[in-house]
Design a protein around this ligand. Structure first.
Ligand code: IFM
Length: 405
């Protein structure tokens, strides 16, 4: 029985640094080389060259949307120097999606910045917002026909990533790199909350980008927030409220005037009187060591709608790090069920985009596999998993038999 409206977006996602390969002008490329414990991205999945294959996989599966990013570090390799060749490359990518009948959902910033930007102080430097604004003005010139733009991916995780990289890059810290998207393999104190001072700069950057995009494009503009789907132990309501503000609500509130808000949810997490509780070590944890909680998606969209009752939601990421594709299907089916229940209760959700299309580079780690498609990292051959066909046919059934759009 179809549950989702027939104009619902059904997609899969990627991000430039995680799939393209040789993103040599980016800050993360430079950091990977210096941080102990970090795998190198190297050629990644060569999606810089193989994007037509990636788009074809989306189109042939039955999905209708591909969320991908354009890379600032390639487009502006030196301050004020914009590469026409790279702009043309990303325009070709947008055209390839449109020609394949796939809706491009374009992210302008997904964790990576140009190396020169980071070396000049990154998001905390006085000129950061003007620099981002200049990039967005140029990027806007290639966005004709793009209906959905995400300015900055997960600013709340980016803020943590910036601080954690500083620690891992400090030779005296003795701390090995662990992406903030992973839990440690033994319970250890929860990572510090996203630093609010960086968060506020990112909010400023998002608002500046939104203004430019609204003036120069017809796209719906928003940003995507990592949602932890907090659950509260008895008596810990106030602790949760405080934590939720610095982890999420600061960023959600900044989306009050946006055209949509992107929700990204993977697992749920308890908050007790002592704060956020680490995920207990359990055999059914995911490969990023989080609890198996497909219902996190429903919790996340409900919380987002509580904070932003008038802003439509798009699930811009949801998925599971697992090497068992049957589990990926079970997880996704249960996540979609929790999403449908939230929609039935009145949450305005416009689309579901799975993370990830491909088994990609998880910010210093190649082990956790989130993809609907495996990739041979020597030949770059794409090997679709059964979950891709499953999600594609789920989407097709909903689209063809779905309710009122
Ligand atoms: O791989 C990341 C992505 O870059 C941002 N959101 C979470 C994903 C899985 O951890």
């Amino acid at each position: 029985m179809p549950t989702f409206p027939n104009d619902f977006l059904w997609g899969a996602a990627s991000a430039p640094h995680q799939v393209e390969g040789n993103n040599v002008n980016s800050d993360f490329w430079a950091q990977e080389a210096r941080m102990t414990g970090a795998d190198r991205s190297g050629d990644a999945l060569d999606s810089y060259n193989r994007y037509p294959e990636d788009i074809a996989l989306v189109a042939e599966s039955g999905l209708d949307t591909y969320r991908f990013g354009i890379e600032w570090a390639r487009i502006e390799p030196a301050p004020g120097v914009f590469s026409r060749v790279e702009l043309a490359h990303y325009r070709r990518m947008i055209d390839a999606a449109l020609e394949a009948g796939v809706r491009p959902f374009v992210t302008l910033h997904h964790f990576t910045s140009p190396r020169w930007f980071a070396e000049a102080g990154g998001w905390e430097a006085p000129q950061a917002i003007d620099r981002f604004r200049a990039y967005v003005e140029v990027a806007a010139s290639i966005l004709d026909g793009v209906e959905w733009v995400c300015t900055i991916n997960e600013p709340n995780i980016l803020a943590i990533m910036i601080r954690e990289a500083e620690v891992a890059l400090d030779p005296d810290s003795g701390v090995e790199w662990l992406s903030p998207t992973l839990e440690a393999d033994t319970p250890r104190p929860i990572k510090p909350a996203p630093p609010v001072e960086i968060g506020r700069r990112l909010i400023e950057a998002h608002h500046a980008a939104r203004e430019i995009l609204r003036a120069r494009t017809t796209a719906k503009v928003g940003w995507s927030i990592a949602n932890r789907a907090f659950e509260t132990r008895p008596g810990a309501e106030e602790v949760r409220r405080r934590l939720e503000y610095v982890w999420e609500d600061l960023y959600l509130e900044a989306a009050a005037e946006d055209d949509y808000v992107g929700v990204q949810a993977y697992s749920a997490q308890w908050v007790g009187l002592d704060g956020i509780e680490p995920h207990p070590v359990r055999p059914d944890n995911t490969l990023v060591r989080t609890a198996y909680r497909p219902d996190a998606l429903g919790i996340a969209v409900r919380h987002t709608a509580d904070v932003l009752p008038d802003v439509p939601v798009v699930v811009t990421e949801n998925g599971i790090a697992t090497d068992d594709d049957t589990r990926r299907v079970a997880y996704t089916e249960a996540a979609l069920d929790s999403l449908a229940q939230a929609m039935a209760d009145g949450v305005d959700v416009r689309g579901y985009i799975h993370w990830s299309l491909l088994d990609n580079y998880e910010w210093g780690h190649w082990d956790p596999t989130f993809g609907l498609v495996a990739v041979d990292r020597e030949t770059f051959e794409r090997r679709p998993k059964p979950s891709l066909a499953w999600l594609g046919s789920f989407a097709r059934n909903e689209r063809e038999g779905g309710g009122e759009g």
